[in-house]
Each structure stands twice: as C-alpha cells, then as structure tokens.
Design a protein around this ligand. Structure first.
Ligand code: TYM
Length: 330
C-alpha cells in the first residue's frame, strides 16, 4: 500500500517494562532506520500486555516508559506516528472479524502461546493474541513489519489470515513482510544462553536493560554464562554463550562476527567480555542520556495527537473492511 508514494511500515512493542538490548537490536534499530524511507507507524500495544496478569499501576507506568524509550532510541515524532493501541478501538474490532477466519488448529500451534500459557496459565486473550497482532498490522495496511526472530511465526500467520480474507472478500489487505535483522535477531539470556533474553525473565542478571548503568552492564557481561573451553568462536551448538556475546558485539559495533573472532580467538574470555561490555556501554549511553531529558507531559501531548491521527486513518481503513464483509450502514 503506498501513500504519497511511500510504502508503509508498522510495528509494535508491549509495555511490559524492563526494555532490554535485544528489543533494541532485534527491532527498534530497524524502526529508526525505516522511518526515513517509509510512512512509519509504531504502536505501544498495551492491550496485548493484558494477556498476562499485570498490576494496573505498573502497566500505566510502563506504557509511558515504553513511549519514552522509543523516543530515546531515535523514533522521531515528526517522521513516525506513535500511539497507544488501546486508544484506537478499531484494532479490537478488526481482531474480532479476523478471528472468525482463523482456524483454532493454527492458534494451537503458536509457540509463544504454548510457552506463555505453560508459565502463566491459558486465557482466551493469550490464545487469540496472534489474531490481535494480525489486526494491528493489517489495520494499517502495512507492507513491512520490522521484528525480532521470535515474531516470525506470528507474521506468517498474519499473511495467511490476510490471504484468506482477500480470497473471500476481495483484495483489501497487502501481504506484509517481516524484516528481521541478520545479526542479533534473537539475543539470548546472559544467564541461560539457550533461552531468549526476555522482559519476563525474573533473573535481573539475564538481560541488559537499555537504561542500565555502565557498571551494571560490565557486571552482567562479566557474569554471563559461557563454557569452560577458553577459545572465542562462533558456534551456537557448542558455545551458545560466547556466540551470543559475539553477535551482541557485532551488532553493537557494526564489525562482522568473523573479524571479532579473528581478534579475540586467543585472548581468553576475560579480555573478550571486557570488550563486549565497552561496546554495549557505548551503544546504550546516548539512549540513556536522551531518555533522561524527556518530559512526561510532552509525551502525553504527543500521544494524544498520535491517537487522533491513528484513529482517523484506522477508521478510514476499517470502513473498507466493514463494507467488504457486509457490515456497512443499515
Ligand atoms: P515484544 O514487546 O516482546 O518485543 C518487541 C520487539 O522486540 C523484539 N525482541 C527481540 N529481538 C531480539 N532478541 C530478543 N531477545 C528480543 N526480545 C524481543 C521482538 O521480536 C519485537 O519485534 N508480539 C509483539 C508485539 C506486537 C507486534 C504487533 C509486533 C503486537 N502487535 C504487530 C509487530 C507488529 C511482542 O510481543 O513484542
């Protein structure tokens, strides 16, 4: 879908607090780049955050914090539309319609549903989470969706639902493509390099937060779980901890993994970990500094305008969906 000759990019982040470096490298970094070439729409998906139990005051705080992190990483409100999902009711309406054409067999296979329901218990919202996510993307007729590797399956499902809708009702939705980075698409936990770095991990040493101090970052990387054979090499099977740090450093510095292996193969893990820590500190410092200068009131004003703009665009698009399925007028 092109508007003023520009294709559309859409993506979302859950306001679940503890924004970590994986979120930045896997997703936000591409969001920032793409806002210069695309019509960019970025959404704090607060309805999604309700799918696991959350304290209302904490959710309220995390929503604003998430927007501030987006601004701090370089999302420019003059270039990108930024808004809160719950302020645009068309998301939920489209999710209902798409839900009627999503086989439960497909939802049963969703990896994230299986993992989260095993941890927090299943509920209907968690089960239909991918349908709401498909609605987020399709509501805006997005062409491109920059995400980390863990969202790949949800994106495939979104395309399938869009195709099913188009086959039944006519060409309404473009088929969105996922944009997943080559390195650091799945940043792993520092305490368990076989598990994804995750906002919900209760161990604070497992993740480098974007607002961590330099000292925190040094301590966490120094304590990162590695193996006992001291050669720095990129091998996810034999050396997941070191491979994770190599990808982190490569993504932070822009240097290829091979070059880093060449430089650190023989230095031992201590020297290598110090270099990784300094690279990550350098990456995070400007973000942290910008975050500190942001004002909650200005953010609230920006969100009000964002919601207005998103609602009017969403309503125009939803009118087309209603007409297509026979729900327009009386
Ligand atoms: P969320 O909030 O868990 O994460 C936001 C983005 O960060 C990426 N990410 C990672 N990338 C690399 N390594 C990691 N360890 C890591 N952890 C998180 C995620 O892939 C994501 O791109 N379901 C989505 C939110 C969503 C959405 C959407 C995204 C709802 N609707 C529509 C795109 C389009 C999620 O839970 O992201």
């Amino acid at each position: 879908m092109t508007v003023n000759g520009k294709r559309k990019v859409f993506s979302g982040v859950q306001p679940t607090g503890n924004m970590h470096i994986g979120t930045y490298l896997g997703a936000f970094r591409n969001w920032v780049k793409l806002q210069h070439e695309y019509e960019a729409i970025y959404c704090v998906v607060d309805l999604h955050a309700l799918t696991v139990p959350v304290d209302p005051a904490e959710l309220h705080r995390n929503r604003i914090e998430a927007v501030k992190v987006l601004l701090a990483v370089g999302i420019d409100p003059d270039k990108s539309l930024v808004y809160m999902q719950s302020q645009v009711p068309q998301h939920a309406e489209l999710a209902w319609i798409l839900g009627t054409m999503t086989p439960t067999g497909v939802l049963n296979r969703m990896t994230q549903f299986k993992e989260k329901s095993a941890r927090a218990g299943a509920n209907l919202g968690l089960y239909s989470y991918p349908v709401l996510m498909a609605a987020d993307i399709l509501l805006h007729r997005a062409d491109l969706v920059p995400v980390g590797d863990d969202q790949r399956q949800h994106l495939e499902m979104t395309r399938d639902v869009a195709e099913r809708f188009n086959n039944r009702y006519g060409e309404v939705f473009p088929l969105p493509e996922a944009l997943i980075p080559e390195t650091a698409a799945r940043v792993m936990s520092l305490t368990d390099p076989r598990a994804k770095m995750s906002k919900s991990d209760p161990n604070p040493r497992s993740a480098i937060l974007m607002l961590d101090t330099a000292d925190d970052i040094r301590k966490k990387i120094k304590g990162a779980v590695t193996d006992s054979e001291p050669t720095v090499a990129h091998d996810w099977d034999a050396k997941p901890g070191i491979s994770n740090l190599l990808e982190l450093m490569s993504a932070a510095t822009g240097r290829p993994v091979d070059a880093l292996v060449g430089e650190y193969a023989a230095t031992g893990y201590g020297v290598f970990k110090e270099a990784v820590a300094e690279a990550v500190i350098e990456l995070a410092a400007p973000i942290k500094a910008r975050y500190g200068g942001l004002d909650d009131k200005e953010v609230a004003v920006l969100l009000e305008k964002g919601a207005d703009d998103a609602r009017s665009s969403a309503e125009r698009h939803q009118a087309e969906v209603r007409a297509a399925v026979g729900l327009d007028g009386v």
